[in-house]
Write a protein of this length. Structure first.
Length: 154
C-alpha cells in the first residue's frame, strides 16, 4: 500500500493542473485516464517491474476515434511522444473494469511494447493483449484479473 501511495505522490508531485487535466513534465494525461495509468504503474511494481511513463514519454487522450469498432489506440515512433488515444463514446459507457482493461491493453503496446497475442485455452483468450478479432473469449473479471495481469507483466 505504501508503494502505491508513494507512486501516486511521485506522479502527482511532478504534476500541474491544466484545464482539469494532468500535465507531468510537459506530458498530457486526460484527468479521466489518470487513475488507470496509476493502476498500471502499481500493478507493474507489484510484479517486479519499475514502470516509468515519463521516461517513455507516454501521454493519454480522450477523443473521438472515427474508425469503427476501435475503442483505443497506441501510437508511437522513436522520435515523438507515445500516445494512448481512447474513444470518448466507449469510455463514457464502459465499466471500471472495462476501462482498466482498455488502458492496460494500450499501455501494453505503448509501454511494454507488446504486440497482439491471440493464444487461447479452452476458447478463452489467455492474454490481455488479444487482438479483438480472434474467436477467443475474453474473461477479464475481478476473479481472473490477477492471472491476466501476471501474463501482461511477465
Amino acid at each position: 500500500m505504501l508503494l502505491i501511495f508513494s507512486t501516486s505522490l511521485l506522479i502527482m508531485g511532478c504534476a500541474k493542473e491544466n484545464n482539469e487535466n494532468l500535465v507531468i513534465e510537459d506530458l498530457f494525461i486526460d484527468e479521466a485516464l489518470v487513475p488507470y495509468f496509476e493502476r498500471f504503474v502499481a500493478e507493474g511494481m507489484i510484479r517486479g517491474q519499475a514502470i516509468d511513463l515519463v521516461e517513455k514519454r507516454i501521454e493519454g487522450f480522450l477523443m473521438d476515434i472515427e474508425e469503427a469498432n476501435v475503442a483505443g489506440q497506441c501510437s508511437y515512433s522513436t522520435t515523438s511522444t507515445r500516445k494512448v488515444n481512447i474513444d470518448r463514446t466507449y469510455w463514457n459507457s464502459a465499466t471500471d473494469l472495462e476501462k482498466e482493461f482498455l488502458i492496460f491493453h494500450e499501455l501494453g503496446h505503448c509501454y511494454l511494447e507488446r504486440s497482439h497475442s491471440d493464444a487461447q485455452q479452452n476458447s478463452n483468450c489467455i492474454s490481455i493483449m488479444h487482438s479483438g478479432t480472434s474467436d477467443c473469449r475474453l474473461r477479464y473479471t475481478a476473479t481472473s484479473r490477477g492471472d491476466y495481469l501476471d501474463e501482461l507483466f511477465e
